[in-house]
Design a protein around this ligand. Sequence first.
Ligand code: CP
Length: 316
Amino acid sequence: MRHLLSTKALSRDEAISLLDIAEDMADVANREVKKLPTLRGKTVVNLFFEDSTRTRISFEAAAKRLSADVINFSAKGSSVSKGESLKDTAQTLAAMGADGVVIRHPASGAPQVLAGSGWIDAGIINAGDGTHEHPTQALLDAFTIRRRLHDGASRGRGLDGVTVTIVGDILHSRVARSNLWLLNTLGAHVTFIAPPTLVPADTSAWPAGIGYDLDAAIDAGPDVVMMLRIQAERMNAAFFPNSREYSRRWGLDDERFARLSSHSIVMHPGPMNRGLEISSAAADSDRSTVREQVANGVSVRMAALYLLLSGDREDH
Ligand code: CP
């Protein structure tokens, strides 16, 4: 694998293989075993043009647990604020000998541009581009679902027949898009639930059900309920009903949480707007995987860095 830009391009075998490698990495990721020497001598650059807590820190932890050197770059405080282009930034990183670049950018397609540009000869990982994709988030979500549902026997398995209801701001969510493609590839059935104003105009090619009624979706007893963050920074008032109305109709509040099927798990990629899309009781319950998702992110990102930087590299 040369780059990891999208889950849409991953085959089922590739996705399962990555999740299995993440299983192999878990003891190191969780610091039960010392770090591995696998990427000693390699340099990974975290190139973040948008804010991040989980993704940036977990890529840093993942790279360090594989013994890579890590350079953290934030657009804030860099020469980007003086107008430096992506090309000149990339060429600067190339001159410093970056072997891998983890990029988050507000423009959809920026990681693809970087990967195809010839400005830098490095493995590129998309850490979230605009409203397009966030592939490692979807991979860690799939890893988390697989572990919860297959309980210690998840290696080699997909998510065949698993029902996943994804709720909220689908329009602006790169997490929703990456999960759509990956979960479908792994055999899961995805349903999106959202206010009509937060569903993209054309979803006819999406392998997912679309609905607007969260109560009906909960009564259907899905295996997974994944709540999404309302991305206020990407929308104007026309898209958003208002906080009270949103929470009443599309929030996983205490009453809906109490009605969930006994086997359903609750997910959220973070950061959460508590009291808006998810109540604290739901977020902090035993059925919530929020903290597991964060921990699993290190294993999955170790697997992605390993695949890109340690050996065979094919384009995706
Ligand atoms: N889930 C996620 O991408 O979180 P961060 O924005 O904190 O990286």
